[in-house]
Design a protein around this ligand. Structure first.
Ligand SMILES: Cc1ncc(COP(=O)(O)O)c(C=O)c1O
Length: 373
């Protein structure tokens, strides 16, 4: 047995890491030459100049320019904000701060974002699953049965991969349920696509509420790795004890601060509007296809849809991969049999996707479709 296998934590040996969009298609593929519609990134390149004046120095633990810029944007004091390496680091910090390894658990509501479970597993925290209902809402009855069992509850609104919002009423009901026993995390990674639905203004009322945000989606900065955890100053102080000493590099702080200026926010808002138009077009097109049995309503920068059967799902996915167009297979998640997810890329990318699917049905032996009633 190798020294690595002999000494590693036993549960790591067979653990499957998060199958990120990039890892899934890693073999020899660079982002160039492919159409990446599988990670809910924005299309188009950024255009930022980086200031390298003090690059010989360690950055501030939490660069003031960045915290002030985000504080202006979200209307909270800087004491309520922790900048992190993406929202993913926020997820990990919350679990490491509140869950004792091999003793405490997190609660997730699948189908949901994969990193809650991966981070919990990595840390040795248990995972309690309370699936969403068939309508993709919280199952409050089943959540009630779990009160006291989990230290951290992860809610995702708008949800990934579903795209729908959880009702504010249900989020509040969950906050009331877990008021004395758990931190309730509301992951708002996609909230810029429906900003009026944010629950950020409940932070005053609910000291156990934590909100996750990111610059990876509407701000089109997934490659920057910058996110924010919003919470009571007491929770932020605790997370600050667990995070690395210099989490935000100077170039990241510099670019992120620029993205949060008046101009950066205007550009972000325009991107959100354009995304909404393209999303509506794509949803309408999908709904008109005979192989598509369901298009999920989305308040985010992606659309989830269900194919009539497994063969059709695989056929569509593989036809796109053959042409270098990558979308995400979500069919292994509960209630999402035969479902695929498409990120809203550029107009050209989406029209190429539609053409490619249409062509594949005319030129190849496509699987048969069920008769419509
Ligand atoms: C719901 C949700 N939360 C968090 C993240 C992670 O975001 P970041 O790129 O900021 O780590 C993602 C990324 O896809 C996501 O979909």
């Amino acid at each position: 047995m190798s020294i690595a296998r002999k000494l590693a934590r036993k549960e790591l040996i067979d653990m499957v890491p998060y199958q990120s969009a990039r890892r899934l298609f890693a073999s020899g593929n660079t982002p160039q030459g492919k159409i990446w519609l599988n990670a809910n990134e924005a299309s188009g390149n950024g255009n930022y100049q980086v200031n390298s004046d003090s690059i010989n120095r360690y950055p501030d633990f939490q660069p003031a320019s960045l915290l002030n810029a985000y504080s202006n944007y979200c209307d909270l004091s800087t004491d309520n904000i922790l900048a992190t390496r993406g929202a993913d680091e926020g997820i990990e910090l919350i679990i490491r701060t509140f869950c004792r390894a091999y003793q405490d658990s997190v609660l997730i509501c699948p189908p949901t974002y994969g990193m809650y479970a991966i981070s919990a597993e990595n840390h040795g925290a248990g995972i309690i699953k309370v699936p969403l209902t068939a309508e993709m809402s919280l199952n409050l009855t089943d959540l009630t049965a779990q009160v006291g069992q989990a230290k951290v509850v992860f809610l995702c609104s708008p949800g990934n991969p579903t795209g729908n919002l959880l009702s504010k009423q249900d989020i509040e009901a969950a906050l009331e349920l877990f008021a004395d026993t758990a931190i309730v995390v509301v992951d708002e990674a996609y909230i810029e696509f429906c900003p009026e639905q944010s629950v950020v203004y409940w932070l005053d009322k609910y000291p156990h509420l934590v909100i996750l945000r990111t610059l990876s989606k509407a701000f089109a900065l997934a490659g920057l790795r910058c996110g924010f955890t919003l919470a009571s100053s007491e929770i932020i102080t605790m997370l600050s004890k667990v995070i690395a000493p210099y989490p935000i590099s100077a170039p990241v702080a510099d670019i992120a601060s620029k993205a949060l200026t008046k101009l950066g926010l205007e550009q972000m808002n325009m991107r959100v509007q354009d995304t909404g138009v393209l999303r509506a077009q794509l949803s309408t097109w999908l709904a008109a296809q005979s192989w598509c049995s369901q298009v999920f309503a989305s308040d985010a920068n992606f659309v989830l849809f269900r194919c009539q059967n497994l063969e059709l799902k695989d056929f569509i996915f593989d036809s796109l991969v053959a042409k270098g167009i990558l979308i995400r297979d979500q069919s292994k998640q509960p209630n999402l049999a035969n479902c695929l997810r498409i990120s809203i890329g550029s107009e050209q990318e989406l029209s190429l996707l539609q053409q490619t699917i249409s062509n594949s049905f005319t030129t190849t032996a496509a699987p048969t479709m069920a008769k419509e009633n």
